[in-house]
Ligand binder design. Structure first.
Ligand code: GTP
Length: 198
């Protein structure tokens, strides 16, 4: 997979042209979003992996194989941001989800170890209301014994009311699960392209 950083944006005027399908990756701060993006694209430092949670406060656009955009947005639920900062990020994200016409689906990251948080549930409800297709990805699956993994995924499926078939599990440290996610995203990107042609 070829991936390159394109640009960072805070508002619509700064987004790249909406001329290709787009997939956005969301999740609460520290869920492993930067690690996911780096492992997915096979790059060590495409997205910043930091010790300071909540560092990314921009919308970052990456070009994948010259064919589609992968987008990294700020993690939510980071307690140390001020109310004003949280409100500003909220407005930035609302604008993105309302305006971005080429959005094909959202990759909702959740921590495989825990039940989805209240914030996770609110995000998923928001995407459902907006009719944005959701692919859920449980991160840090290496932290769960193999025999128990399916139960965790079933629980996540139940809580988020997302079919088990749309839930994937990855480990960025062990580099597992990424081919399946890529296959699913390719499928959705192809579907989106067909719909556009009709
Ligand atoms: N065991 C394990 N640890 C992981 C995995 N992915 C990420 N981590 C760890 O989880 C922590 C957070 O990872 P990041 O990728 O920085 O998470 P983030 O969601 O981008 O965090 P923010 O910058 O706060 O948005 C780091 O200490 C990572 O090393 C994984 O698959 N397995």
């Amino acid at each position: 997979m070829n991936s390159e950083f394109l640009t960072s944006a805070t508002k619509e005027g700064e987004y790249p042209e909406a001329d290709r399908p787009e997939v956005v990756v969301v999740g609460r701060s520290n869920v492993g979003k930067s690690s996911f993006i780096n492992a997915f694209t096979n790059r060590k430092k495409l997205a910043y992996v930091g010790n300071t949670p909540g560092k990314t406060q921009l919308i970052n656009f990456f070009m994948i194989d010259g064919a589609w955009y992968l987008v990294d947005v700020p993690g939510y639920g980071y307690a140390k941001l001020s109310k004003a900062q949280i409100a500003k990020l909220g407005r930035m994200m609302d604008e993105y989800f309302l305006k971005r016409k080429n959005l094909t689906c959202v990759v909702q990251l959740v921590d495989a170890r825990h039940d989805p948080s209240k914030d996770d549930m609110e995000m998923v409800d928001f995407f459902k209301e907006m009719h944005i297709p959701i692919v859920a990805v449980a991160t840090k699956i290496d932290k769960i014994p193999k025999t128990k993994r399916i139960n965790h995924l079933k629980k996540i499926s139940q809580k988020l009311q997302i079919p088990l078939a749309h839930i994937f599990a990855v480990s960025s440290t062990e580099k597992i699960g990424f081919e399946q996610v890529e296959e699913e995203l390719q499928k959705r990107i192809e579907q989106a392209k067909k719909m556009d042609k009709q």
